[in-house]
Design a protein. Structure first.
Length: 55
């Protein structure tokens, strides 16, 4: 089975501008809003985010 077409890599190879958002919030609701905001990419950085679970 062939690999799926990666629109992001294709646009970068053509030299097209890609707009993105670097998220540092530990809230899935905010991630859903950001995903629908029209960005070409999202980077979700949870290293410093407060969340449930760990210590």
């Amino acid at each position: 089975m062939p690999a799926p077409h990666n629109l992001f890599k294709h646009a970068i190879a053509k030299g097209e501008l890609q707009l993105g958002c670097w998220m540092g919030l530990a809230d899935p609701y905010i991630a859903e809003i950001s995903a629908g905001a029209g960005f070409d990419w999202l980077l979700i950085d949870g290293e410093q985010a407060r969340g449930g679970g760990g210590g």
